[in-house]
Design a protein around this ligand. Structure first.
Ligand code: ZN
Length: 310
């Protein structure tokens, strides 16, 4: 009798024991699945291979790309988030700079009209397309696209012949330009007037800053420096109804104090008279340009368009 009871108890124990192991096994599997799921969510387990790999190359590109924005502490565009960069558009771009376009012997800053026209014909015939400084800025720092073979035409000071002589030539070729206008010269003899400036703007030109009186900015006191930068900017913006975001240094003169004042005044880029193409990797307030002078010759002109570091 006792043996029978013992056998029955053993059978019952074995049956319960097997079920118990099953229960434990199921529980263990659930726990593993839960842990795995949590680990995946936390990025501790790489289930999708290379998709989860960090991308240091892209990160460094984005960091470099966003760097100029970090400098724009006074920019009204600071809240604008840039689009992803098109790396092919972040190449150096030639910016030509002229002053006057008229014939005057022995004055190299006055480009004879026939030479100017030959230069524009060369650009047109070779497929170059003019862009504005705003387009250049957006390509350099916001990833905007540009046409093939882009270049920029700029005129310093605001001579009357920019309107009477250069404008018809450029319009014929479908080109636009930027005038860096000395604001106190507006309406003066041989300089552009407000109606002419407005007509240029209406035809896609940009009128940008070149100070109020064209001083050597590193040689004047701080109050005068801010006045030169600010009053000219505000006057042009008020009368032309467009923001003035860019500046050319009169006489190419600047130092660290001038640079800081230019940033503080809200200019997004500034242009020097240093030789070279505009480079997206250089300081946005020390952009280089190509000097175009009388009698430079077609070979020298085209040579400067072949190489960003000519
Ligand atoms: Zn000038």
């Amino acid at each position: 009798m006792v043996n029978k009871i013992v056998r029955i108890l053993i059978v019952i124990f074995l049956v319960m024991g097997i079920d118990g192991c099953k229960g434990l096994e199921t529980s263990s599997q659930s726990s593993v699945e839960a842990l795995t799921s949590t680990a995946t969510r936390q990025g501790l387990i790489n289930q999708t291979g290379s998709d989860q790999e960090p991308k240091p190359a892209i990160d460094s590109v984005l960091k470099e790309y966003r760097e100029p924005w970090n400098k724009f502490s006074n920019s009204q565009n600071l809240s604008d988030l840039p689009d992803l960069p098109d790396l092919h558009m972040r190449q150096p771009i030639p910016i030509l700079y002229y002053h006057s376009v008229m014939l005057e012997a022995e004055n190299e800053v006055r480009m004879p009209p026939d030479q100017f026209e030959a230069q524009m014909n060369f650009l047109r015939d070779n497929g170059y397309q003019s862009i504005t400084l705003n387009q250049l800025y957006r390509a350099f720092y916001q990833g905007a696209s540009l046409p093939p073979k882009p270049f920029v035409i700029t005129f310093d000071d605001g001579y009357l012949d920019n309107y009477t002589t250069a404008f018809p030539i450029l319009r014929r070729d479908g080109f636009t330009a930027t005038v860096f206008m000395v604001s106190s010269y507006i309406g003066g003899e041989n300089f552009l007037s407000w109606p002419q400036l407005k007509e240029l703007v209406a035809n896609g030109w940009e009128i940008e800053g070149h100070t109020d009186t064209h001083p050597y900015l590193s040689k004047i006191d701080g109050i005068s420096l801010l006045h030169e930068l600010k009053s000219s900017k505000e006057l042009l913006e008020h009368r032309l109804g467009k923001t003035v975001d860019f500046l050319a240094y009169p006489n190419g003169d600047f130092d660290s104090t001038v640079l800081q004042a230019v940033k503080d005044t809200g200019y997004l880029m500034a242009f020097t008279t240093e030789r070279g193409w505009a480079n997206p990797n250089s300081d946005a307030w020390q952009i280089q340009r190509i000097y175009c002078y009388a009698n430079m010759g077609q070979n020298e002109f085209s040579r400067r368009l072949q190489n960003w570091n000519y």
